[in-house]
Write a protein that binds this ligand. Structure first.
Ligand SMILES: NC(=O)c1ccc[n+]([C@@H]2O[C@H](COP(=O)([O-])OP(=O)(O)OC[C@H]3O[C@@H](n4cnc5c(N)ncnc54)[C@H](O)[C@@H]3O)[C@@H](O)[C@H]2O)c1
Length: 384
């Protein structure tokens, strides 16, 4: 297949690698020639490492490299069958690029965006044939993360959705279908993992080491929320929270925290700057957690119930199917279990009780229980 990638940054270069590994002829364009050179050098280094580890033979590496062509003009995209745009997250710039692309390509070329937070529908509206525009949302790093969210715009033809899904399945990814709503599935449902953890810290219920300990040792998550936020970088994680908050018309459930905002303002961006919630560097010890099991269980129950509430709401509002919501969180952010399955295990009544207790204590809309959970609880039903 002839694939075009627009933007050769972190995501574009990764997506190009995935397509090339699956035998596609890939052309990559970036309006910054330095970014193209960087992408080429990065891929060569990555392949060298993979070859050294025995994951690819030298012939395979050669073939992957020969499948990718870095081009200096968008006109070179004229013969493509699928184009995935992965440029800066800016709606008017993306719309302009889609308009330009449409003037060059044939009518049956699929035009996809890798946007994390913008409306795919709005991007499609910039095109003459909006039915061929779709969201194909990879996770970072694209060659490693299994999950890809497929997001048809309101205007997308059903056949294009099926075709896009099939192509990405053929690239050995796990695809889930998401409605074009802010932050799609993963970035929406995961908000309380960060937000509720910070809230518990701000209230002084536990310190960050204890919350991280509870979520990993008792909750079974791979990384605690504070370690993960430091790893992602607060300059990345905070703006996502802010964007989601605005996109949901300032729904209090997604309210960002001053604690994280101040970290960004201070330049304490996490691991990459040597300091975030924790300090990093040789010989620096992280604080010891309080390993009180009862406290740990309370922390996990509170954060997991808030996550379950989001997952239930996403299902309630038909953002995705039950199976896709659970798949998205296990494959997209490595959660130990699908949240809806987890809700069944914890007990729906129990989840409703935890959320209602929080609501009674705080009287904040943030803790309102999803109508879906309440309905299941009333009927004595489960998600599965
Ligand atoms: N980084 C992530 O974790 C992540 C994950 C999923 C989706 N995304 C989305 O993917 C897209 C790209 O993100 P990224 O992290 O790769 O960004 P990046 O900054 O690493 O790369 C963007 C690239 O696009 C190029 N570019 C900007 N405007 C352009 C234009 N008009 N024409 C051609 N090239 C242009 C830039 O030169 C740059 O090389 C964004 O929409 C982002 O929301 C990012």
């Amino acid at each position: 297949m002839k694939v075009g990638i627009i933007g050769s940054g972190a995501m574009g270069s990764g997506i190009a690698q995935v397509a090339a590994q699956h035998g596609c002829q890939v052309k990559v364009f970036d309006n910054n020639s330095e970014a193209l050179k960087k992408a080429d050098a990065k891929l060569r280094k990555t392949l060298e490492k993979l070859e050294a580890k025995g994951k690819f033979s030298s012939e395979q590496c050669e073939s992957i490299l020969s499948n990718i062509q870095y081009v200096g003009s968008m006109v070179d995209m004229a013969d493509r069958e699928l184009i995935i745009e992965a440029i800066i997250e800016n709606l008017s710039i993306k719309k302009a690029v889609f308009k330009q692309l449409e003037d060059m390509v044939s009518d049956d070329c699929i035009l996809a965006t890798n946007t994390s937070s913008l409306s795919v529908t709005s991007i499609a509206a910039a095109c003459e044939i909006p039915g061929r525009v779709i969201g194909i949302h990879f996770f970072n790093p694209a060659p490693i993360m299994k999950l890809v969210e497929i997001i048809p715009a309101v205007q997308t033809d059903e056949a294009i959705t099926q075709q896009a899904k099939q192509i990405i399945d053929d690239w050995s990814k796990v695809t889930v279908l998401a409605k074009d709503t802010p932050a799609f599935i993963v970035n929406r449902v995961a908000r309380p993992f960060y937000g509720e953890a910070i809230r518990i810290l701000e209230e002084g219920i536990a310190d960050m080491a204890t919350i991280d300990w509870a979520m990993t040792e008792i909750g079974g998550f791979r990384m605690g929320p504070f370690t993960l936020m430091d790893f992602i970088g607060h300059d990345v994680n905070y703006p996502v929270t802010e964007t989601v908050f605005k996109a949901f018309y300032y729904d209090e459930r997604y309210k960002p925290s001053f604690t994280q905002k101040r970290l960004v303002e201070a330049g304490f961006l996490g691991r990459k700057s040597g300091r975030g919630f924790y300090q990093y560097g040789e010989g620096i010890q992280h604080p010891e957690p309080d390993t009180d099991k009862a406290l740990g269980k309370k922390i996990v129950e509170r954060i997991v119930s808030m996550l379950i509430n989001e997952a239930a709401d996403a299902l309630y509002l038909n953002v995705a199917t039950r199976e896709d919501i659970d798949l998205a969180m296990t494959k997209g952010v490595n959660y130990p279990k699908g949240l809806l399955k987890w809700a069944d295990e914890l007990g729906i009544d129990n989840c409703v009780h935890i959320l209602d207790e929080l609501f009674d204590e705080y009287h904040e809309p943030r803790y309102r229980c999803s109508p879906m959970l309440r309905k299941l609880s009333k009927k004595g039903k489960t998600f599965y």
